[in-house]
Design a protein around this ligand. Structure first.
Ligand code: NAP
Length: 249
């Protein structure tokens, strides 16, 4: 039976690359994002390459929408056995300027979103005794000026990952986190705007700090997801893999 994956935040950036890579690996993929129509291009590209994909609109922080979305994927593609919790937002500000909404929305999408999605899919995974859950953390989990909300959420996802690896291991489910460094996407383009720099200037400055001398690409993360979702990673669980072009501290 062909395996089914759900990738959240799959309309663009890292999520779109992950969806394409999992489809290339032979999985059926549900591309979930706030706006279903924003996933249409990604679905088309997968379908054109001979794969099977479905666009699903849902806010990962909305419990009812998540329940409906996961049920729809199970019905239209099949029971999900891979979940990539990738949907994310930033609302950067120094603490004294950070609003409650900046805090709540970031914690809501990353932490509540991963919790709701994982709770919804674990039912299918535990029944089949097969599952791969991959959470997108970040190097910012270790601390990053102007990102108290995001850093707390990404560090929280690491604890979430390790705890679920302990709880779900006996059902044949692995749970891991990928913590990217600087990956060139719309999210980092927004950071450049906030800092008053062009995207190219920010990329150049970031690359100078990275031992491998370049910023990351969405495909760098998709390759790591592919490994964690594949047969070769069946004994890897509870890990946080930094994909940052060098060591992190
Ligand atoms: P991105 O380009 O901003 O894409 C994020 C996607 O998530 C967007 O399509 C967005 O939809 C969607 N999304 C936001 N809120 C959502 C919600 N409530 N429900 C469903 N979908 C939602 O970001 P990215 O750079 O690809 O980042 C992907 C993940 O990697 C995030 O978790 C991010 O924190 C993490 N990460 C990124 C970097 C980096 O350098 N880029 C580094 C470390 C970690 P809309 O377009 O409608 O907002």
């Amino acid at each position: 039976m062909t395996r089914t994956a759900i990738v959240t935040g799959a309309a663009r950036g890292i999520g779109a690359a992950v969806a394409a890579r999992l489809a290339h690996d032979g999985l059926q993929v549900a591309l979930l994002d706030l706006d279903e129509t924003a996933c249409a291009d990604g679905v088309q590209r997968i379908t054109d390459s001979g794969g099977r994909a479905l666009a699903v609109g849902a806010d990962v922080a909305d419990s009812g929408a998540v329940t409906d979305a996961v049920a729809r994927v199970a019905e239209e593609l099949g029971p999900p056995t891979v979940l990539v919790n990738n949907a994310g937002i930033t609302r950067d500000n120094l603490l004294f300027k950070m609003s409650e909404d900046d805090w709540d929305s970031v914690i809501g999408v990353h932490l509540r979103g991963a919790f709701l999605m994982t709770r919804a899919v674990q039912e299918f995974m535990t029944q089949r005794r097969d599952g791969r859950i991959i959470n997108l953390s970040s190097k910012s989990a270790l601390g990053n000026r102007g990102q108290a909300n995001y850093s707390a959420a990404k560090a929280g996802l690491q604890g979430f990952t390790k705890t679920l690896a302990i709880e779900l291991g006996k059902f044949g489910i692995t749970v891991n986190a990928i913590a990217p460094g600087f990956i060139a996407t719309d999210m980092t383009a927004a950071t450049a705007r906030r800092l008053g720099m062009t995207t190219e200037e920010l990329h150049r400055a970031a690359a100078e700090q990275i031992p491998l001398g370049r910023v990351g690409t969405p495909e760098d993360i998709a390759n790591t997801v592919s490994f964690l979702a594949g047969e070769g990673a069946s004994f890897v669980s509870g890990q946080v893999i930094y994909v940052a072009g060098g060591p992190v501290d």
